[in-house]
Design a protein around this ligand. Structure first.
Ligand code: HEM
Length: 172
């Protein structure tokens, strides 16, 4: 047993244990703080990139392929949020984010031409295509009403190069 005033080996081990724990907890907190700071800065820089991109698109609309447009579904912070209606690409980045953003009720329309879903008033992802085959006159009328409303509300930033939905099979 150690005399009073002297440190036993047990006291030393407990002391070093406590010190090591404090250092590792402190280190963990610092690493976490640095990580979050870096993440926030990176996200800000990426969002700034999206802002620059959307300004350029508003000034100079361009052609989009479906794959190209798919990058603009609001999930990638480097890109702005776009939808297309009857082939016209619309900038919904600001005024439409709550509708078409990743948490929005109409997120199935983001980054694509979902004219069929508009005609059918459908929230199903599989209806969000530009295939207008077998739609009734009434449904096509519903789509036209949406087009009028949305063309009026959002800036046009391009046209979608429509794939040939009903292309004839290649002749052999
Ligand atoms: C219970 C059913 C629904 C309710 C209560 C509802 C409600 C609303 C409301 C309140 C608005 C905003 C209107 C405005 O800004 O003037 C809106 C807009 C819209 N809704 Fe719905 N909706 C429903 C179903 C649907 C369905 C099934 C679709 C199919 C795609 C749809 C597509 C849209 C679109 C495209 C907009 C326009 C968003 C924009 O301004 O960009 N809604 N809806």
């Amino acid at each position: 047993m150690a005399a009073s005033g002297e440190m036993s080996i047990k006291d030393l081990i407990i002391g070093y244990g406590a010190l090591a724990t404090s250092i590792s907890v402190g280190g963990y907190i610092i690493v976490q703080a640095l990580y979050h700071l870096h993440k926030a800065r990176t996200l800000r820089a990426l969002r700034a990139q999206a802002e620059v991109e959307i300004k350029a698109l508003r000034e100079k609309p361009r052609q989009f392929t479906p794959d190209d447009l798919a990058r603009y579904d609001g999930k990638d912070p480097r890109h702005c949020l776009l939808i297309a209606v009857k082939g016209r690409v619309l900038d919904v980045h600001e005024a439409g984010y709550e509708f078409y953003g990743p948490e929005g009720p109409y997120k199935h329309l983001a980054g694509k031409d979902g004219s069929r879903a508009l005609a059918l008033m459908s929230l199903k992802a599989e209806d969000a295509t530009n295939d207008l085959s077998e739609l009734s006159e009434d449904q096509l009328g519903v789509l036209d009403d949406w087009a009028t409303k949305l063309y009026d509300k959002y800036p046009m930033v391009g046209m979608l190069q429509q794939p040939h939905a009903h292309a004839a099979p290649a002749s052999s």
